[in-house]
Design a protein around this ligand. Structure first.
Ligand code: FAD
Ligand code: NAI
Length: 468
C-alpha cells in the first residue's frame, strides 16, 4: 500500500531541507524530492557556501601578499588555484553530506528526481533515468528556489561567458574579467578574482552600485572597492558579447542611449539578478498563481491560492536569501503541525562578504524618507574604534536609524570587519522593538568592534540631545 505523507517538500535548498527536518521533528511523516544528485540547493552547492570558501581563501591570499608584512610576518604567497578550488569543493561536500545525514537521521523519505504537481496532494517524481513514481501527501511545499536571470542575446556557456556557477570554478585566473551587474554576486565574485590577479571591470546599468542598499553605504563602498582596484562603469549597459581571436569583445552603451564603445575581456560574468525557478512543476495545471515577476503568490501562512499547496524561499516574494528561506521553511512546518509559525520579514539581515564586510537590517534612509517617517541617524566610524585601529581594519562605520519620537531602531547599516557577525545584535534588538537608548545603555566588551555599534546608538542620543 502506498504511504500518504503529511508533507511532501519539493526542493532541498535551505528552504526545503530545513522545512522537511522541522516537520519530521514535529512528528509529520515527510518526503523530500530533489532533482540534483546532492542536497542543499543553490546555497550549499553553487551559492553561499562555495562563494564564501573562495572569498575566505582569496582574502587570506591577498592579506599574505600585502597585509601580513605590516605585522612583521614575511611570506611570499604563491597561488595554487587548483588546490584553492579543491578547498572550496571540500567545504561544499562537508555541507551537503551534513544535510544528507540530517535527512536520514530525521527519517525523511528522499525521492531523487524532478517533481511535478499532478494535482493537489499528488506529486509525480521523474528519476534521472526517466522512471516515474507517484507520491501522495496531505500538504505540498514548493521550495524550488531560483535561477540566473539571463541577458537577452548573451548566451551563458559557463566557460568564458559565465553565471555565478561558472565563476566559482574558473580553471585559470582570467587576465580581464568583465562583470555585468554591480549587485551582491558581481561584487563578491568580482572581489575574489581581483584578489587572485584579474583586472576586473564591473558594468552597472544604474548610476550607483547595490541598488536597494542605503545610499550613503553604497557610496562609501564604491570608493573602497575602487581603491582596491575594481573599475566601475556605471549608467552603462552591455548590449553584446562577441568572440574574437583575442578573447571576448563586449559592446557597451550608456543606459540612456548614446555612442557605443567596446571592451576586451577574457571572461564575462553575468550577474544581473535571479528569477524564481518554477519550470516543469505543473503550476498552471494545478492552478497555482504567480505574480508578474514569476513569483508564486502566497498568503501570510505561505499557502498558495490552492489549498494544501505552500511555497517558500526564492520561489516567492522577498529577499533571495538563504536564512529567509530557512525561516519560512520552519514557519510552514510549524503551521502544518498546528503551531503558530511566523517570519518577521521586517527584520531580515543581509550581508555582502567582501572586505570590508557590509551588513544591513531594516530600513534604509531613503526608505524612511519615502515613507515620511521622522528619524534620527547616529554614526560611528571604525577609525575611532580601538580594536579596529590596532588591527588596521578601520574602513567603514556603523549607522543606526531610529524613530525620532519613539527612539525605536528602524535600521542598522554596517561597513567593517566582521559586520556579518555584528549585525546579529542589531537584528535581536529590532526583533524586540528595542530603542537606541536600550542599545546605548547595554555594556559592550572592550576592546571589540561591537563597541562601534554601542557608540552609533549613543550618537543617535547625542544627535537628539537626550544626554547633556
Ligand atoms: P534553492 O537553494 O535554490 O534550492 C532549490 C532546490 O530545488 C534546488 O536544489 C533544485 O535542484 C531543486 N528543484 C527545483 N525544481 C525542482 C523540481 N521540480 N523537483 C525537484 N527538485 C527541484 N544567500 C545568503 O543568504 N547568503 C549568501 O552568502 C548567499 N550567497 C549566494 C551566492 C551565490 C553565488 C548565489 C547564486 C546565491 C547566494 N545566496 C546567498 C542566495 C541563496 O543561495 C538562496 O537565497 C537560497 O539558496 C534559496 O533557497 P531555496 O531553498 O529557496 O532554493
Ligand atoms: P542583484 O539583484 O544583487 O544585482 C544585480 C545588479 O545588476 C543590479 O545592480 C542591477 O541594477 C544590475 N543590472 C540588471 N540588469 C543589468 C544590465 N542589463 N546591465 C547591467 N547591470 C544590470 O543580483 P545578483 O548579484 O545577481 O544576485 C542575485 C541574488 O543572489 C541577490 O538577490 C542576492 O540576494 C543573492 N545573493 C546573496 C548573497 C549574499 O547574501 N551575500 C551573495 C550572492 C547572491
Amino acid at each position: 500500500m502506498n504511504t500518504t505523507y503529511d508533507l511532501i517538500v519539493i526542493g532541498s535548498g535551505p528552504g526545503g531541507y530545513v522545512c522537511a527536518i522541522r516537520a519530521a521533528q514535529l512528528g509529520l511523516k515527510t518526503a523530500i524530492v530533489e532533482k540534483r544528485s546532492t542536497y542543499g540547493g543553490t546555497c550549499l552547492n553553487v551559492g553561499c557556501i562555495p562563494s564564501k570558501a573562495l572569498l575566505h581563501a582569496s582574502e587570506l591570499y591577498e592579506e599574505a601578499g600585502h597585509g601580513f608584512d605590516k605585522m612583521g610576518i614575511k611570506v611570499s604567497p604563491e597561488l595554487d588555484l587548483k588546490r584553492m578550488l579543491a578547498f572550496k569543493d571540500e567545504g561544499v561536500k562537508g555541507n551537503v553530506d551534513g544535510v544528507a545525514f540530517l535527512i536520514k537521521k530525521n527519517k525523511i523519505d528522499p525521492f531523487h528526481g524532478t517533481g511535478r504537481i499532478v494535482k493537489p496532494g499528488r506529486v509525480e517524481v521523474t528519476a534521472p533515468g526517466g522512471e516515474k513514481t507517484l507520491v501522495d501527501g496531505r500538504a505540498i511545499v514548493i521550495a524550488t528556489g531560483s535561477d540566473v536571470a539571463q541577458l537577452p542575446g548573451i548566451e551563458i556557456d559557463e566557460t568564458d561567458i559565465v553565471s555565478s556557477t561558472g565563476a566559482l570554478s574558473l580553471s585559470s585566473v582570467p587576465d580581464r574579467l568583465l562583470v555585468v551587474g554591480a549587485g551582491v554576486i558581481g561584487l563578491e565574485l568580482g572581489s575574489v578574482w581581483r584578489r587572485l590577479g584579474a583586472d576586473v571591470t564591473v558594468v552597472e546599468y544604474l548610476d550607483r552600485i547595490l541598488p536597494g542598499m542605503d545610499g550613503e553605504v553604497a557610496k562609501q563602498l564604491e570608493r573602497i572597492y575602487s581603491k582596491q582596484g575594481l573599475s566601475f562603469r556605471l549608467g552603462t549597459k552591455v548590449v553584446g558579447v562577441e568572440r574574437n581571436d583575442d578573447g571576448l569583445e563586449v559592446t557597451l552603451e550608456p543606459a540612456n542611449g548614446g555612442a557605443q564603445d567596446r571592451l576586451e575581456a577574457d571572461v564575462v560574468l553575468v550577474a544581473i539578478g535571479r528569477v524564481p525557478f518554477t519550470e516543469g512543476l505543473g503550476l498552471d495545471d494545478a492552478g497555482v498563481l504567480r505574480d508578474k515577476r514569476g513569483r508564486i503568490t502566497v498568503n501570510g501562512q505561505f499557502e498558495t491560492n490552492v489549498t494544501g499547496i505552500y511555497a517558500i524561499g526564492d520561489a516567492i516574494a522577498g529577499p533571495m536569501l538563504a536564512h529567509k528561506a530557512e525561516d519560512e521553511g520552519i514557519a510552514v512546518a510549524e503551521i502544518l503541525a498546528g503551531q503558530a509559525g511566523h517570519v518577521n520579514h521586517d527584520v531580515i539581515p543581509s550581508v555582502i562578504y567582501t572586505t570590508p564586510e557590509v551588513a544591513s537590517v531594516g530600513k534604509t534612509e531613503e526608505e524612511l524618507k519615502a515613507d515620511d517617517v521622522p528619524y534620527t541617524s547616529g554614526k560611528f566610524p571604525f577609525l575611532a574604534n580601538g580594536r579596529a585601529k590596532v588591527n588596521k581594519t578601520t574602513d567603514g562605520f556603523v549607522k543606526i536609524l531610529a524613530h525620532a519620537e519613539t527612539d525605536r531602531i528602524l535600521g542598522v547599516h554596517i561597513i567593517g570587519a566582521n559586520a556579518s557577525e555584528l549585525i546579529a545584535e542589531a537584528a535581536v534588538i529590532m526583533e524586540f522593538h528595542g530603542s537606541a537608548e536600550d542599545l546605548a545603555r547595554t555594556c559592550h566588551a572592550h576592546p571589540t568592534l561591537s563597541e562601534a555599534v554601542k557608540e552609533a546608538a549613543l550618537a543617535v542620543f547625542r544627535t537628539r540631545d537626550f544626554v547633556s
